[in-house]
Design a protein around this ligand. Structure first.
Ligand SMILES: *[C@@H]1O[C@H](CO)[C@@H](O)[C@H](O)[C@H]1NC(C)=O
Length: 339
């Protein structure tokens, strides 16, 4: 593919130089030739093939900030860590010294994938459909334990060729806890400090790991904090980070006894907190709004809350499934409003 791009670019420059020579051979220098060439390149070539400029990769952190504020409930720690980490990572004034690596932990339905979706949408014009966005699911993409070596080679090759093409790539690894523990070791040299591996610079890329590991530790810690009277909004990253590191290191899965963790290459462990009644309510109302219903009845909200399971005893204040399946449940009752 690369070679086509080069040929295309050269051809464009060639034609535009002929044009320029015909019209005004003296005053327009070679700078102008290249200028016109790249203009046409951007206007034409980037139309049918995703390029690697600010247009395709706006990296719009303000948009992300607004989306998270508007659409995510109960995850103040995650929001803060993610925004700050991304803001500094693609800061042109201070190039990063290593690839950004974030590891999201917590209960299903807490918003790990949901927030990842907003990250894709804000960093890349085409969002999840962008060629620069890669979402791997352990069970679907790397299912067979016996093929780990093959997966490793394939993964390395994919990451390398994509980053060579365009340095700002996003790699998401979903269900890391179900991933064979050796697989992620292949990434380690790529996410290390000042990583130039075979002349490829990986420092601008972003790796996000999603897993349920640490969920019970997070919940236990939440209950402890709750019992000692600390308000949810005052809970901080420091209250969790060490717990999660221990958790993902010891539980089975992609990080199990992993080199990446041993050598501290994960920049931030991000806890996704279990959601409480008020957050689930907000999710429900949000889902009604998505379907154009701005004043759902209290009865309907309660009927959807009935599906939600709470735990752990005796407090039972945390939803076991977060906002998962709320959307489907709301879909079941909205038809009433359409008559
Ligand atoms: C880029 O990564 C994707 C996986 O997301 C892979 O299918 C594709 O082949 C890679 N591109 C190149 C040029 O290797």
């Amino acid at each position: 593919m690369e070679i086509y791009k080069v040929i295309f670019f050269l051809l464009l420059n060639f034609y535009s130089s002929i044009l320029i020579v015909c019209f005004d051979p003296l005053s327009l220098g070679s700078a102008a030739i290249v200028g016109i060439g790249s203009l046409v390149y951007e206007k034409v070539y980037c139309r049918w093939k995703e390029c690697c400029t600010e247009k395709e990769i706006p990296g719009d952190i303000n948009k992300l900030e607004n989306l998270l504020k508007l659409k995510v409930y109960g995850q103040h720690i995650a929001e803060e860590v993610i925004i700050n980490a991304l803001k500094s990572h693609w800061d042109e004034k201070q190039p990063p010294s290593k690839a950004l690596t974030l590891s999201f932990h917590g209960w299903p339905g807490g918003g790990k994938n949901y927030i990842t979706g907003f990250i894709k949408e804000s960093l890349f014009s085409l969002g999840g459909a962008s060629d620069h966005v890669h979402h791997f699911n352990a069970r679907i993409d790397f299912p067979e334990v016996s093929k780990v070596l093959q997966y490793q080679m394939q993964l390395y090759e994919w990451i390398k060729t994509n980053v060579t093409k365009c340095p700002k790539q996003l790699f998401v690894f979903d269900e890391v806890n179900k991933m064979h523990s050796g697989l992620l070791n292949v990434i380690k040299p790529l996410i290390d400090y000042n990583s130039y591996v075979s002349k490829v610079d990986y420092r601008k890329s972003i790796f996000i790991f999603l897993s349920n590991t640490g969920e019970s530790l997070i919940t236990e810690q939440m209950i402890k904090l709750h019992r000692s009277g600390i308000e949810r909004n005052n809970i901080q990253l420091q209250d969790f980070e060490n717990l999660i590191i221990k958790g993902s290191f010891n539980e089975e899965g992609g990080f199990h006894h992993s080199d990446a963790i041993k050598s501290n290459l994960i920049d931030h462990y991000v806890p996704f907190l279990p959601l409480e009644l008020e957050h689930i309510r907000a999710c429900i109302i949000d889902q009604f709004q998505v379907r154009g219903i701005y004043a759902p009845s209290e009865d309907d909200i309660l009927s959807i809350l009935d599906y939600v399971e709470w735990g752990p005893a005796p407090e039972n204040i945390y939803s076991k499934t977060g906002c998962k399946r709320i959307s489907q449940k709301v879909a079941l009752v909205v038809h009433k409003y359409w008559r």
